[in-house]
Design a protein. Structure first.
Length: 143
């Protein structure tokens, strides 16, 4: 919490000094940020491909949703446990991701828009894949 508060405080102070603190996030950017935050948080906390990054803080338990894993937090050491709680919780990581996007929109809006757009496209593709699989299962069940 101290790290998060410090980073947000420094970013806020830098925005005030640079005069970027009065920038507003447009409704379009807010939609990009929302979908991008969702995808980034799930990617970092649940995706099988990022499990090596979480390995020092979590233990594999079982397969989760498509392309996802369920992990338990390691209990050795209070810092390791706290980091494990953060990196395995999409709701917890969403706070960090949304804060990073907010800071990005203040200091590097073009880059942030591109990154949020890519994550939004991936999230949309994920939902289309799930919808396709569900429709395919329904069609196979009725034939």
């Amino acid at each position: 919490m101290t790290l998060f508060g410090g980073l947000a405080g420094v970013a806020g102070a830098a925005a005030a000094v640079r005069g970027t603190s009065s920038r507003r996030i447009s409704p379009y950017d807010l939609l990009l940020m929302t979908a991008g935050t969702h995808k980034l948080a799930r990617l970092m906390s649940k995706d099988a491909i990022t499990s090596p990054l979480r390995m020092p803080f979590t233990r594999y338990r079982e397969t989760g949703g498509p392309g996802e894993v369920m992990e338990d937090v390691r209990s050795e050491g209070s810092l390791r446990h706290a980091i494990g709680e953060l990196v395995s919780c999409p709701f917890c990581l969403a706070v960090w991701a949304a804060t990073a996007f907010s800071i990005g929109f203040l200091f590097a809006p073009r880059f942030t828009r591109v990154a949020a757009s890519a994550l939004t496209a991936i999230a949309g593709a994920d939902y289309l894949q799930l919808l396709y699989a569900q429709l395919q299962q329904s069609a196979e069940g009725t034939s």
